[in-house]
Design a protein. Structure first.
Length: 338
């Protein structure tokens, strides 16, 4: 992974702050045996802690970005609107997962009060595991795991919402009964932030117009279901309780989950036959279905281009997504011509 330049988002905290949080939630007699920051995250800051605690000897501490005061101009806010509430909604999301048999992390506590530290944070039970992309997992094992992941994704997509949008910590959904409203608001917010940074302003305008002009296409989707929205190998934890029979221990980092069209789930565009065999539901191959999926890819790519370039400062990855966005927009124009 490329080195990340400081953005004010992914920031460590002092050992003294960690000690305050530990003693507040696990008791004043609880000592920290060891602590180290975990690499790989670009948004939240994550620590693995070993505690002198009978019930929770090994825990994960995750902290969302600091509560930077937003200005009167939303485009100047370093965070997207959904990012300000997504960690506090994670316990609700994981409860949804468990209710349909998807293994999920155990959240010990989640605090968004800002009283002890000006960040939302959570303590989670540590899960001894490796990620799905770990080199110790052979091709045959990965095929089985992808089939299992497909089945879990299908179960997730049976979780229905009363509207489209972002889950909140009280179980409500911030969004709209119309899928087009949520997509258009997301596209506008991304385009506004990109334009404020003078980043791909023409592409942003095109993408907003795309979602404005084709509301009817997106509103053909009427049933919101829960999608993970960040489902890739690094967010799937694997354990091997029986020799050579690894299983999925947890689907993690569900904070970007939203109630959406099930085909908004990006992993459905992958070519893993094992995943699709486990998923067991065909994609909508009508012209309308294929057009919607192309629009989703455009929006996702544009969002990732901006985030990597201006939020987490990974310009090489940002350039990959920028080129992909422009290529997908060309594909969209050709589709309209034909």
């Amino acid at each position: 992974m490329n080195a990340t330049r400081s953005t004010g988002l992914h920031q460590p905290v002092t050992p003294e702050t960690i000690q305050i949080l530990v003693k507040h939630h696990f008791g004043t007699a609880t000592n920290i045996i060891s602590q180290h920051i975990m690499q790989g995250g670009l948004f939240n800051t994550t620590y693995k802690l070993e505690l002198e605690h009978e019930v929770h000897p090994h825990v994960i501490l995750r902290l969302a970005p600091e509560r930077i005061c937003s200005s009167a101009d939303p485009a100047a806010d370093p965070l997207f609107s959904f990012e300000r509430t997504m960690m506090s909604a994670e316990p609700v999301i994981y409860e949804h997962y468990r209710n349909v048999g998807i293994p999920a992390p155990h959240v010990i506590v989640c605090d968004d009060s800002g009283k002890l530290v000006p960040r939302t944070y959570m303590f989670m039970a540590f899960i001894p595991s490796v990620q799905l992309d770990h080199p110790s997992i052979c091709a045959e094992q990965k095929d089985r795991l992808y089939r299992q992941l497909g089945a879990y994704t299908a179960a997730m997509h049976q979780i229905k919402g009363h509207s489209f949008g972002w889950p909140q910590k009280d179980g409500t959904i911030r969004g709209s009964e119309r899928w087009s409203d949520v997509l258009l608001a997301y596209a506008r917010e991304t385009a506004d932030k990109a334009a404020a940074a003078n980043y791909m302003p023409e592409a942003g305008e095109e993408i907003v117009t795309l979602f404005e002009a084709h509301r009817d296409l997106f509103d053909q989707v009427t049933q919101p279901v829960l999608v993970h929205n960040d489902l890739w190998e690094a967010n799937v934890l694997i354990q091997t309780p029986v020799q050579d029979r690894p299983v999925i221990a947890a689907v993690i980092d569900g904070d970007r989950s939203m109630f959406a069209d099930r085909e908004y789930e990006a992993i459905l565009s992958g070519k893993s036959a094992s995943f699709h065999a486990g998923y067991g539901m065909e994609l909508d191959m009508s012209p309308e279905g294929q057009t919607r999926r192309l629009a989703y890819r455009i929006l996702s790519s544009f969002f990732n281009a901006y985030v990597h370039e201006h939020q987490v400062n990974q310009p090489e990855d940002g350039e990959v997504y920028r080129q992909r966005t422009l290529s997908l927009l060309k594909e969209w124009k050709q589709l309209l011509v034909n």
